[in-house]
Ligand binder design. Sequence first.
Ligand SMILES: NC(=O)c1ccc[n+]([C@@H]2O[C@H](COP(=O)([O-])OP(=O)(O)OC[C@H]3O[C@@H](n4cnc5c(N)ncnc54)[C@H](OP(=O)(O)O)[C@@H]3O)[C@@H](O)[C@H]2O)c1
Length: 142
Amino acid sequence: MVERKKGAIVNIGSGAAIVIPSDPLYAVYAATKAYIDQFSRCLHVEYKKSGIDVQCQVPLYVATKMASIRRSSFFVPSTDGYARAALRWIGYEPRCTPYWPHTLLWGLACSLPESVVDAWRLRFCLRIRKRGQLKDSSRKQE
Ligand SMILES: NC(=O)c1ccc[n+]([C@@H]2O[C@H](COP(=O)([O-])OP(=O)(O)OC[C@H]3O[C@@H](n4cnc5c(N)ncnc54)[C@H](OP(=O)(O)O)[C@@H]3O)[C@@H](O)[C@H]2O)c1
């Protein structure tokens, strides 16, 4: 890319590190995503003059196996929907949220006090853990 003086690198971060102030019970995940964000930002500045665009995309929920979400919805795009939006953003900002309904949620998260978002997220993640523990124990009983 440096020799050709052009190229694009897209790294996938997460709203877990950028949009919400904390992601309790997902501490390692959120921390690695914060790393990717800053890593991408530094490379963006280093390589801008070489014609290489380094971008960190920050999605919120997308309907994938990892997120355990089967159906897409207005705020949760399918992989195709996300990819279509993602491609349009390559080469623009060093950090972006390509799927516009995610931008609305980002705005909402920023407008609330951090303590409120922290408390909501902790409750939300505790519920996910509880569901997982119940699934585990019923599997063991079977
Ligand atoms: N889905 C969301 O809501 C969401 C939100 C924010 C950010 N992200 C980010 O988006 C990226 C893609 O995730 P996704 O949601 O698309 O999940 P996904 O559909 O489950 O895909 C994850 C991919 O990573 C591969 N993978 C998992 N562990 C691996 C390992 N140890 N070594 C090599 N490959 C491995 C999987 O391979 P196999 O198919 O072979 O298992 C799969 O191709 C991730 O970086 C995630 O953090 C996702």
